[in-house]
Design a protein around this ligand. Structure first.
Ligand SMILES: [Fe+2]
Length: 402
């Protein structure tokens, strides 16, 4: 009898081990765009195992379920300091504006995970959230900022994180916590991530790396300059052309010594080719910053290009303050210049030594609670609201364009 029970238990264990993956095996599930934002959606997640049978089924919500729509996942190995895991990603094609879709990750006959997302509402307007520096000693705070911001602004169509997502970019536990605390939002709301200096840090103090964990984990547009792909990219969403730059010229010097020159050349071409009404740049470091002991940041070399190609707003981070300039051109105030807005902090880290500078029209150092920005763009107006995690309005400004 004992022998029969043992055989039964053994068979049960073998069956459990060989059955489909549990939901817990899906990690860091999130949405990005790597292709056209009007008709595609990229879905990415991580699993320890390599399983070539994993696929994504999807369909429009409200229509009869059609499971003929399926995409096999692309799988790429990802080595971190703890070993090898696998990045799975698919890009759904042929999606329609203003529709909601479900997607489900499937292994054989077993559904592992299901979620949904919405495509952009229309081509003339958009709403999105912007977060600065989520680097934290406790990423629960970052998750709470993200959840609060989306709860307060459920019309947001995506969110941007303007760099220093984590405190040490080559330490996987930080990324695990970053994704884990944001997972309830990130599986529904696309992320536009920007590289910060901390994404180049390694566990060895003073030793920098290219931001490998960042570029491995996010699937992003490949239209940036050589050697900087996925750290530098651009895309269109509704009536806005968005550009993401990499300001880690110092940290990445030994890998890409001409990073600034490469980006300047690429940026001129990129901005010359767009016909979008609004042009918005995201980059981590600010030309008009808030540090006490510093001249202009090297990013000042981008400024003439922003001005030549009529960029409307440059969103930055790094100083952990909510600050902005008036519209500026050649260092002077003007009605149709570029506005530089620094986007506060969404995690735990604060600075005591940052100050209001002569170029700031507004300034707040958010020592008491994290902050974020909500942006609404339509054909005539670009509106920015800066809010605290608890929903308190810190600043509101807009740009009119006819
Ligand atoms: Fe930074």
């Amino acid at each position: 009898m004992k022998k029969i029970v043992l055989i039964f238990l053994t068979l049960l264990l073998v069956n459990l081990n060989s059955s489909a993956f549990a939901q817990e095996d899906i990690r860091a599930l999130h949405l990005t765009w790597s292709e056209d934002t009007k008709s595609t959606q990229t879905i990415t997640w991580q699993m320890h195992e390599f399983n070539p049978n994993i696929r994504v089924e999807y369909g429009e919500i409200g229509l009869p379920a059609d499971f003929s729509k399926k995409v096999m996942a692309d799988i790429e190995p990802f080595s971190d300091e703890t070993g090898v895991k696998h990045i799975y990603h698919v890009t759904l094609q042929g999606l329609k504006s203003n529709k909601e879709y479900f997607y489900r990750i499937v292994d054989g006959d077993t559904k592992i995970k299901e979620a949904n997302f919405k495509m952009g509402k229309n081509l003339d307007s958009c709403d999105f959230l912007v977060f600065g520096d989520s680097q934290s000693y406790n990423y629960k705070v970052w998750g709470e900022t993200l959840k609060a911001a989306y709860a307060q602004n459920p019309n947001a169509e995506f969110f941007v994180n303007v760099g220093d997502l984590v405190d040490n970019g080559q330490r996987i536990s930080e990324w695990e916590n970053w994704f884990l605390n944001g997972k309830d939002i990130m599986m529904h709301l696309p992320i536009v991530p920007v590289v910060g200096n901390h994404e180049t840090y390694t566990p060895q103090k003073g030793i920098f790396s290219m931001p490998k964990y960042f570029t491995s984990q996010f699937v992003l547009p490949q239209n940036g300059p050589e050697k900087l792909k996925e750290q530098v990219y651009s895309f269109d969403y509704a009536n806005v052309h968005f550009v993401v730059l990499d300001t880690q010229f110092g940290e990445e010097r030994s890998f890409v010594p001409d990073s600034l020159e490469r980006q300047i050349e690429w940026l001129k071409k990129d901005l010359a080719e767009t016909d979008k009404k609004w042009r918005v740049v995201f980059m981590h470091r600010a030309p008009y910053h808030n540090r006490v002991d510093k001249g202009f940041d090297q990013t000042i070399k981008f400024v003439p290009i922003f001005e030549e190609f009529n960029v409307d707003v440059v969103f930055t981070a790094h100083d952990h303050v909510c600050a902005r300039t008036p519209a500026m051109r050649a260092g002077l105030l003007t009605d149709d210049g570029v506005i530089y807005a620094t986007t506060g902090r969404s995690g735990t880290k604060v600075y005591q030594t940052v100050i209001k500078k002569e170029w700031n029209s507004t300034f707040l150092n958010p020592l008491d609670e994290p902050t974020y920005s909500m942006i609404s763009v339509n054909e005539k107006k670009f509106t920015v609201k800066v809010l605290s995690q608890s929903g308190k309005l810190i600043d509101k400004w807009d740009i009119d364009k006819f």
